[in-house]
Design a protein around this ligand. Structure first.
Ligand SMILES: [Fe+2]
Length: 132
């Protein structure tokens, strides 16, 4: 599991690195840990993602970033997907489904999101802060 590209704002890079770290923990736990451990990591991943997205969102609002609704829309969609994944995990405890969700949905979305929305947003915040 590799890190996404580096963006212009440090806290975002840190959040992205923490996200990848949690995904790696989850991936490893899916191989050889208990259901309880997996539930615990899923809860951490969910909490981290909510905080990580809301930090980006408050920065976008601070600088009046015009495509804010679009960026927030993607965040909301992913929060919904993660919420469903937590519910599915808690009801079915299906490791193959969770693995598939991470590999085919979460990670492709994440890399694509960082390369597009996050990278443009970070450039905009960086420029705003260096000119004001
Ligand atoms: Fe984002």
């Amino acid at each position: 599991m590799q890190l996404p590209i580096t963006v212009a704002i440090d806290f975002m890079n840190q959040d992205h690195a923490d996200f990848v770290k949690l995904i790696i923990q989850l991936d490893t736990a899916l191989e050889n840990e208990s259901d309880e451990k997996i539930s615990h990591i899923m809860a951490q991943l969910f909490k981290h993602t909510v905080e990580h997205f809301s930090h980006e969102e408050s920065e976008m609002q601070r600088i009046n970033f015009p495509p804010y609704p679009m960026h927030k829309g993607e965040h909301d969609q992913v929060i919904n997907l993660l919420e469903n994944a937590v519910t599915n995990w808690e009801t079915e405890h299906s490791r193959p489904s969770l693995k598939q969700f991470i590999k085919e949905t979460v990670m492709p979305w994440f890399y694509q999101h960082v390369e597009t929305m996050d990278s443009i947003t970070a450039q905009f915040i960086h420029r705003f802060d260096s000119t004001t």
